[in-house]
Design a protein around this ligand. Structure first.
Ligand code: SF4
Length: 328
């Protein structure tokens, strides 16, 4: 099975009502390291966070407006274009409110941002076939030495031998997972890392000369907020628009989700990674408007995880002095 489809199957079987899952979330502080899957376990303030918005709140906005006093846009510590985009996104999500006092516009958070809404973050690295490990060792070593997440787990469909275990750093947990049945066997428990301590990040790996930097606690804290926010906003299900208008695609129930199943590949597929007119098995559907008949991934996500769809939170701002009820 392709890695992307394997990843969907893992998510469908790991998702639970009291968790939030997301795919392909950046976990590096000064690198582009991306975790295949992020699993968030809620902390005591989770409900408060969920009540603000169902979308991600840009971390630069959280940092700039954490204090309750209204502040100007210049408070956002980012390039002006990025700052403006972040403010617009937060306004649209209902997380930020704009106020005008004469010619001056200031912003404040619609609700105070909670400190303790994430209990733990687990990063999952998927390698269905351990005989083709790619960069596995370097990837999980990066995660372990940086320690920005609480635990790291390798998930594979391969039979795990002692030699495989030996090649994976000790703190990394190993699960053997059958994507067809959803059966999961814990080969080795993951050890807890220490996100509150400083970490080491590998920036470059030239043969014989690695470039490494130390990462302090505050940089790790900021990255954790970014990971949690992106994961909360993103989720993991293919969106409706990703489903292909292909006659060979049908909907199948897998774990907590309804996913695209392909008669040509004889398995579930990740439509964004695998589908489209360029696929050798593609056959245009008689009704090209397949997407609207696919399940609503947001409804499923709301029912199957801790994520709260469209919370009855603050009004969405549509103009400087205008607010509207949120609608979809
Ligand atoms: S586009 Fe290809 S992979 Fe996707 S459903 Fe159609 S035949 Fe299967």
């Amino acid at each position: 099975m392709r890695e992307a489809a394997f990843e969907l199957a893992v998510c469908a079987h790991v998702e639970e009502r009291d968790r939030v899952l997301a795919r392909q979330i950046g976990t590096g502080v000064d690198t582009r390291r991306i975790a295949d899957v992020i699993v968030l376990d809620p902390g005591p303030d989770f409900e408060t966070r969920a009540s603000i918005t169902d979308r991600a709140i840009p971390p630069v906005v959280i940092e700039a407006f954490a204090a309750s006093d209204p502040r100007p846009a210049a408070a956002v510590d980012a390039h002006p274009e990025h700052a403006q985009r972040a403010i617009e996104h937060a306004l649209d999500a209902g997380a930020l409110v704009a106020e005008r006092d004469g010619r001056r516009t200031t912003y404040r958070l619609a609700r105070p941002y909670p400190d303790d809404w994430v209990d733990s973050i687990v990063a999952i690295e998927n390698k269905p076939d351990l005989d083709r490990p790619g960069d596995l060792r370097a990837q999980v070593r990066h995660d372990v030495s940086l320690g920005v997440v609480d635990r790291v787990v390798l998930v594979t469909a391969s039979h795990v031998t002692g030699a495989h275990e030996h090649r994976v750093p000790d703190p990394v947990g190993i699960w053997q997972f059958d994507p067809a049945s959803g059966e999961r066997r814990v080969v080795r428990e993951a050890l807890s890392l220490d996100p509150d301590d400083w970490g080491l990040e590998v920036l470059d790996r030239d043969p014989g000369a690695w470039t490494i930097e130390t990462v302090d606690q505050s940089a790790k804290r900021r990255r954790r907020i970014a990971i949690a926010e992106r994961a909360y906003g993103a989720g993991w299900r293919p969106s409706r628009s990703d489903w292909p208008a292909c006659a060979r695609c049908s909907a199948v129930s897998v774990g907590t989700a309804t996913l695209p199943d392909c008669a040509w590949a004889d398995r579930i597929v990740d439509p964004r990674a695998e589908c489209g007119p360029d696929c050798p098995g593609f056959e245009a559907a008689a009704d090209p408007d397949v997407a609207p008949s696919t399940p609503d991934p947001d409804r499923e996500r709301d029912n199957s995880s801790a994520w709260v769809r469209d919370p009855p939170g603050p009004y969405r701002q549509v103009g400087l002095d205008q607010f509207s009820r949120k609608s979809r």
